[in-house]
Design a binder for this molecule. Structure first.
Ligand code: PEP
Ligand code: MG
Length: 554
């Protein structure tokens, strides 16, 4: 037996076979060749192979997801038939003496750059297709096969790291647990694992990679331990842990239907964070007081085209209807950074966390933003739907977003479609700028929700994806962060609006008392954390509600 350890991401014990997913890497180095005829042949061969593969993909997709989704493979084939595209590659081989894979990579780079700078959404989205096609060509030139996460049995999924878009493509019903070599516990893949109750450990370390293949193992998501070829003793021990956890969960059920109320009578709202319709059952089962954060960008991830207005509308409407009158806060698309959406065709950035993401991207692509807003407005008549704008740094962004909301309303009026005229619009406070300007921003919105995941990374200057920095600060509730939270609460209350926390820190039971004493009105957490939080709130005495949290004072 071998014991490896990483960071616990979501508690749970899972026993099964390890399935190691090795991501594709297209490494292309510059190589100049003499025999251009041979290189042209390699290109033509790769092209023929790619066309064959696309035909197969089209047939499978047609069966599984229908004509609409499948048509992307026809578009990719058309690119391979395009004479001007192929001509460019050939001329790189014949005139510049580039090797075939380098010629494709260079052509892709040139075209992607010119596509990305165009204003047309259509052309921009085509640049992602171009990249896809070129990657496919390069793979065939280099004789590599495509890697997809195809799971045919229940396994413990291991990977070096997993992108949210990859996670979205997996059939999660076959995933017993997730183990990664890298990846931070604050990443979106970690958040997804937590939301979907999948035991997970991140940061096992790359040097252990070779062991993570096809062996029998047990994941202890509570402690972050991975046992390869576990012996009887550890299996007995872990089954004890499992029983104790099951008892704890059973005990927590007593809190269902009760209030989140402090010993001195202050009621705190506790909501659920979700990333899609599948998470709704968890939110309801755990007695969530509503949805405090629906990360709507997950609707855009793991697919090849933009979700249309109708598709979005039906999705949001289901959430609102199933929450049966309880508040549902839907955050507008917050893509970018680690949530990279290929078909957006965004240029590569040095610092994606500080780049074209979130509300910035939406304001740069107003038609895309308005499509989402129309869907949200249409769903707003089915319950208490509220809109939340992410990554706000200034008043101007709120005003521009609201102007687009007004345009979307106008478009719906022209189509005679009803919406809630009094729909509330709030913002995520997750940049230092938003905190500093919170008094002004509060006057422009109906609520604040503090995104501690991003606020923490921007206030403390540490990359939330960087596992090495986890634990660098003695405790997660850094005093500077608590002061920022205090300031946000004061501005919100001064202007008569409520303030919540929807970042992962909101579920940290060691900080609940601090948060409530700083003036937080609501907490929005992973569904499985709702009842533990309720239990915790019911043990807290606020005394004077405005009293500062002890850590801020120290
Ligand atoms: C946050 O930043 O705290 C947040 C809730 O949003 P996300 O984790 O999706 O960036
Ligand atoms: Mg955020």
């Amino acid at each position: 037996m071998l014991r490896l350890s990483g960071k616990p991401v979501f508690g749970g014990i899972a026993k099964g076979k390890l399935f190691y997913f090795q991501q594709d890497e297209n490494e292309v180095t510059k190589r100049l060749i003499k025999n251009t005829a041979l290189e042209l042949e390699r290109f033509e061969y790769a092209k023929a192979q790619a066309v064959k593969e696309l035909d197969e993909l089209y047939s499978t997709a047609l069966e599984k997801v229908g004509e609409n989704e499948a048509s992307i493979f026809v578009i990719h084939k058309m690119l391979l038939d395009d004479e001007s595209f192929c001509g460019k590659i050939k001329s790189r081989i014949l005139d510049d003496h580039f090797s075939a894979d380098y010629a494709v990579a260079q052509t892709a780079r040139d075209l992607t750059h010119s596509f990305a700078n165009m204003t047309s959404e259509y052309i921009k989205s085509r640049s992602a297709d171009l990249k896809d096609v070129c990657d496919r060509l390069i793979r065939h030139i280099q004789n590599k096969s495509e890697k997809r996460i195809e799971l045919t049995e229940k396994v413990i999924l291991c990977a070096e790291d997993l992108m949210p878009s990859e996670t979205m493509q997996i059939d999660l019903s076959n995933v017993l647990a997730i183990v990664t070599c890298y990846g931070s516990t604050n990443s979106h893949t970690a958040i997804l694992a937590r939301t979907m109750n999948i035991p997970a450990i991140f940061g096992i370390g790359a040097e252990k990679l070779s062991m993570l293949r096809d062996m029998e193992a047990v994941v202890d998501g509570y402690s972050g331990a991975l046992y390869i070829d576990p012996d009887e003793e550890i299996l007995r021990e872990l089954s004890g842990v499992q029983e104790a956890e099951a008892k704890k969960r059973e005990m927590l059920k007593r809190f269902k239907g009760r209030k989140n109320i402090t010993l001195d009578g202050t009621e705190i709202r506790v909501y659920a964070n979700i990333a899609g319709l599948n998470d709704l059952n968890y939110a309801i089962d755990n007695d969530g007081g509503g949805i405090g954060l629906y990360r709507s960008e997950f609707l855009y991830l793991g697919r090849s085209n933009m979700p249309e207005e109708d598709e979005q509308f039906y999705n949001y409407r289901q959430v609102v209807e199933r929450m049966n009158g309880k508040p549902v806060i839907i955050r507008t698309m917050d893509a970018g950074a680690d949530k990279n959406i290929k078909y957006f065709g965004l240029a590569k950035e040095e610092n994606p966390a500080l780049g074209v993401r979130s509300i910035r991207l939406c304001l740069m692509r107003p038609e895309m933003f308005k499509t989402q807003i129309r869907a949200l407005l249409r769903a707003s008549v089915y319950g208490d739907l509220r809109i939340m704008l992410p990554l706000i740094t200034d008043l101007d962004e709120i005003r521009r977003a609201k102007a687009l909301v007004e345009e979307a309303k106008e478009q719906l009026r022209a189509r005679d479609i009803p919406y809630n005229e009094h729909l509330k619009i709030g913002i995520m406070v997750e940049t230092p700028a938003a905190v500093i300007l919170s008094d002004e921003l509060a006057k422009e919105c109906d609520f604040f929700s503090i995104g501690t995941n991003d606020l923490e990374q921007y206030v403390l200057a540490f990359d939330r994806q960087n596992l090495t920095l986890e634990g660098y600060f003695e405790n997660r509730g850094h005093r500077a962060l608590l002061k920022f939270i205090e300031m946000t609460c004061d501005s919100a209350h001064k202007n008569g609006i409520p303030v919540s926390i929807c970042g992962e820190l909101g579920a940290d039971l060691d900080l609940t008392e601090d948060f409530l004493k700083l003036g937080i009105d609501a907490l929005s957490v992973t569904p499985s954390q709702i009842l533990p939080l309720r239990q915790r709130i019911r043990t807290i005495k606020l005394e004077t509600p405005k009293q500062l949290g002890s850590r801020v004072r120290s």
